[in-house]
Design a protein around this ligand. Structure first.
Ligand code: HEM
Length: 399
């Protein structure tokens, strides 16, 4: 099987194709998207840290100056929201936006959330156990990170059901060559989400609570530290990034354990392995298979010159299975200690929420292992048709 991000079989098992790329074509041009695919860990890691590449080029050139077409007019409301968040800007704006929220995500700050995360994980797991099983994804993996990030930001409980659909629709735009319908759906979701947050921020500016939207709404008044668009973009990003990958990592993680029953037993017998198990599950089947970067100046990668103006596609899933870096890379080893996986990225955009994601995964896996000792797969799960943000449709289990 060749690299084919639209093929369900490839999405379900991309690892043979990745091996082929690493061995034969580690820096290769992919005609269908016009991108350069980067398959080896050393190259992915280096390019993520290389300032001659960027998540955006708009801080230094217009679309035309960069030799690209502007996006169609109808997408404007989408990009207005997305390009106001830190993930899609470069310094100095990136530095300013990241600094405003980074204090809330330091390992110490998120460690103080652990008791709350544990309580939510236990309650959700108890519900699943009482029902005799069900969809682990919908009943535990999704509500946990959604509740945590919604509480941090201060999204009222009654509105939280809106977050998953908005996020899923917005993510549709990030897939390779999204359909016109997916593009319109993403635009509409971004618009609705932005309007919702703008209203909520105005309410909190006048009557602040002890939450992040209130804190950011106070800063907007300062004028030059945060614009209203940036507030909205930041909150959309935190709410989406704050659950999307964690949901998928939890689902894929359990699926990995079910396929490797020896490792599942090992974790049950020794819960002290949880920290290395979380890292290994993130490495073995990473929830975000590919991240893209614009090439801002000509670069050379593995003897290949890649010109300014094109995009590279960094294959995280491939980097995480590179035998140059990981001994016996296709083996799931929950005790693996030397594990420099790339699932949280690297460089200036390194995942801000990594400490929180680690706690959420450890607590939800821990609760399920403790409270559902007989947890077993009820039916083989199917993958969603998405490649870039990859996850299972559902994960039916019995307890
Ligand atoms: C297992 C779960 C998660 C994974 C695998 C993950 C992965 C990533 C990756 C790979 C990036 C960098 C993208 C790039 O360089 O292009 C990133 C960025 C980011 N992540 Fe996560 N993430 C996870 C959970 C979270 C959580 C819980 C939050 C909480 C708020 C979060 C917030 C962010 C933010 C704000 C950024 C942008 C950082 C910046 O641009 O400086 N993520 N994430």
């Amino acid at each position: 099987m060749k690299f084919d991000p639209w093929n369900p079989e490839f999405i379900a098992h991309p690892y043979d194709a990745y091996r082929h790329l690493r061995e034969n074509d580690p820096v290769g041009f992919f005609e269908p998207t016009g991108q350069w695919l980067i398959a080896r860990h050393a190259d992915v890691n280096a390019l993520l840290r290389d300032r001659r590449l960027g998540r955006s080029y708009l801080h230094m050139a217009t679309h035309e100056e960069f030799g690209r077409q502007p996006e169609p007019e109808f997408q404007e409301p989408f990009w207005r929201v997305i390009r106001a968040g830190m993930l899609d800007v470069e310094p100095p704006v990136h530095t300013r936006l990241r600094r405003l929220v980074s204090k809330a995500f330091t390992p110490r700050m998120v460690e103080s959330l652990r008791p709350r995360v544990r309580k939510i994980a236990m309650e959700l797991t108890e519900g699943l156990v009482e029902r005799g099983g069900g969809d682990l994804l919908a009943e535990v993996a999704e509500p946990l990170p959604v509740t945590v990030i919604a509480e941090m930001l201060g999204v009222p409980e009654a509105d939280r059901h809106l977050l998953r659909p908005w996020s899923a629709d917005i993510c549709g735009m990030y897939e390779l060559s999204p359909s016109l319908e997916a593009q319109h759906t993403a635009v509409r979701a971004a618009q609705e989400f932005a309007e919702y947050l703008r209203d909520l921020a105005r309410i909190r500016r006048d009557r602040p609570g002890d939450d992040m939207i209130s804190a950011l709404a106070q800063v907007v008044d300062d004028g030059d530290r945060l614009t209203e668009d940036e507030l909205v973009g930041t909150c959309v990003l935190l709410l989406n990034a704050g659950h999307e990958a964690t949901v998928n990592a939890t689902g894929s993680g359990w699926w990995a354990l079910f396929r490797n029953p020896g490792e599942l037993e090992r974790l049950r017998a020794d819960p002290g392995l949880m920290p290395t198990a979380v890292e290994e599950l993130l490495r073995w089947d990473t929830p975000a298979q590919m991240f893209e970067r614009w090439v801002l100046e000509d670069i050379e990668v593995g003897g290949v010159t890649i010109p300014r103006g094109v995009e590279v596609a960094l294959l995280f899933g491939s980097a995480n299975r590179d035998p140059e870096v990981f001994a016996d890379p296709d083996r799931l080893d929950i005790g693996r200690v030397d594990n420099p996986h790339i699932s949280f990225g690297a460089g200036i955009h390194f995942c801000l929420g990594a400490p929180l994601a680690r706690i959420e995964m450890a607590e939800s896996f821990g609760a399920l292992l403790r409270l559902a000792p007989g947890l077993a797969l009820a039916e083989e799960p199917a993958w969603k048709p998405n490649y870039i943000i990859r996850g299972l449709e559902s994960l039916k289990v019995t307890v």
